[in-house]
Design a protein around this ligand. Structure first.
Ligand SMILES: Nc1ncnc2c1ncn2[C@@H]1O[C@H](COP(=O)(O)OP(=O)(O)O)[C@@H](O)[C@H]1O
Ligand SMILES: [Mg+2]
Length: 363
């Protein structure tokens, strides 16, 4: 047998299945517009100089696919059977890719209307209204004690867990009142996830089981393949997969603080929420972990609407599109002084108290 390229079985273009990472919505939109996904270069396959047919990788003259390792590699169907060319570890079939796309619930808007809240007879929020648009990060800023966490807990029906707590107003998820008596509490929690200030994985439970912990709570069944798939995709979305894929059975409590927080994000994502609420998710983390979480949020917002409470003004500017400034005067309930685009809130706020707060005059 000669080594000449003509002896290499030449696959047709249809034989080549490229395997890409799960596509974000933004990438899907770009592809629908005819553009390739961001950062993704279509595989370049060496072609035979005469026939123009693609050459199998490994064949004389063939080059590896561009970007293939970074994006999962490619599978080449040849008359000898399927051939994994590179990036084998993370390669997935297109069918699975499509599954991943179908998995995503449509983006949802959260709308709080005239929310007032009390602990006993102590009113802590007074008629707070805020629309948190679909697919956008909204940041809630303001000094301690002005009711930001209370507001967040009202957004996923956690406020009612506190015995003395009561509230007035409406929370609409895509126009449907989450407090409607005919709606189940568990639905609100499933659609609207929460990540807390202090990472709270189940410390003795494995990383794998931590990710899936929410399924039991929401009564969702999943077979083994589906569970494996969920664990990988949620950890990938949370930016943790590469760091833990070799120790999925190790306890969640053994991870660093930043990793634990990303594990908690992965756990929230496993029940495919429409909204993710984050209450000062980075305040217990070092700057590097903080940046990783911020990058994760910016990736996630293609799939979920995000609301974050933060005392870090740089963080609010880095991650959020919209911002609301909460304030409570001495002995008075909290309210929203001003809200709008983050850019405008920081560069040209209307209210002098907003100006003072974002510039660190008080807080
Ligand atoms: N479980 C609770 N019981 C009684 N009062 C509470 C409780 N949680 C918060 N508060 C009070 O509600 C007000 C708002 O608190 P919070 O929502 O935690 O504000 P923030 O998150 O902006 O710091 C504060 O006066 C706080 O003391
Ligand atoms: Mg708080």
């Amino acid at each position: 047998m000669s080594d000449s390229p003509t002896d290499v079985p030449a696959p047709t273009a249809e034989d080549i299945t490229t395997v890409m990472p799960p596509l974000s919505r933004r990438e899907q939109r770009r592809i629908m517009k005819g553009a390739g996904p961001r950062d993704w270069v279509p595989p370049t396959v060496a072609t035979h100089p005469d026939s123009g047919m693609p050459l199998a990788p490994g064949a004389p003259g063939a080059r590896p696919y561009a970007n293939a390792d970074q994006y999962g590699g490619a599978i080449l169907a040849t008359p000898q059977g399927q051939q994994q060319v590179s990036g084998a570890e993370s390669a997935r079939s297109f069918e699975q890719q499509l599954l991943a796309v179908d998995d995503r619930p449509p983006l949802a808007e959260l709308d709080a209307q005239n929310i007032s809240a009390w602990f006993g007879d102590h009113q802590v929020l007074d008629r707070v209204s805020l629309t948190m648009p679909a697919g956008v990060i909204t940041s809630l800023i303001g000094p301690s004690g002005c009711g930001k966490s209370t507001f967040l807990r009202i957004l996923n029906r956690m406020h009612e867990l506190i015995p003395s707590a009561s509230l007035a107003g409406e929370v609409l998820l895509d126009g449907e009142d989450i407090y409607d008596p005919s709606r189940k509490l568990v639905d609100a929690r499933k659609h609207i996830g929460m990540v807390f200030q202090k990472p709270n994985p189940f410390p003795a439970m494995s990383i794998y089981d931590n990710v899936l912990a929410g399924l039991k709570l929401t009564g969702t069944r999943a077979d083994r393949d589906r569970r494996d798939y969920l664990v990988e995709t949620c950890l990938t979305k949370a930016g943790l997969w590469k760091e833990v894929r070799d120790r999925l059975r190790a306890p969640g409590g053994g991870l660093s603080g930043g990793q634990q927080q990303r594990l908690c994000i992965a756990r929230s994502l496993a029940v495919t929420p429409k909204v993710l609420l984050m209450d000062e998710p980075c305040s217990a983390l070092d700057p590097t972990s903080t940046r990783v979480i911020e990058e994760t949020m910016l990736e996630l917002v293609d799939d979920v609407t995000i609301v974050i409470v933060t005392h870090n003004m740089q963080q609010a500017q880095r991650v959020s599109t919209q911002c609301a400034f909460f304030l409570a005067a001495q002995g008075q309930p909290g309210h929203i002084v001003e809200h709008g685009s983050t850019e405008a809130m920081f560069s040209s706020p209307i209210d002098s108290r907003t100006f003072d707060y974002v510039n660190g005059v008080f807080g």
